[in-house]
Design a protein. Structure first.
Length: 100
């Protein structure tokens, strides 16, 4: 059995590796004394689905989301969530994405 807390951290790390996306966090990074989960609240796991909230740092979105889904699938392989539905929710688009 895969530890869900560990899995959320690995999913957040995988998304951080996608150039142009980052996990959306609900807690400011500078608050290091506050205990939070490794994904900063960006990942929800249920028996049937994996929902991950992300912030887009550049555009266009479709190739970024395709790359993110591929990374998430790699992490989920071999876990009880391997066949889960993946839902990527763009919660924000960084203003710099519109500059170019």
């Amino acid at each position: 059995m895969t530890d869900p807390r560990s899995l959320t951290g690995r999913l957040a790390d995988a998304l951080s590796a996608v150039d142009g996306l980052r996990p959306a966090t609900s807690v400011a990074a500078e608050i290091s004394w506050l205990p939070t989960d490794p994904a900063g609240g960006a990942v929800d796991l249920t028996a049937e689905s994996v929902e991950i909230r992300v912030v887009a740092l550049r555009l266009p979105l479709p190739p970024l989301l395709s790359a993110a889904e591929a990374q998430v699938r790699k992490v989920l392989d071999g876990t009880e969530w391997a066949d889960a539905t993946i839902r990527l929710v763009v919660t924000d688009i960084d203003g710099a994405a519109f500059a170019g």
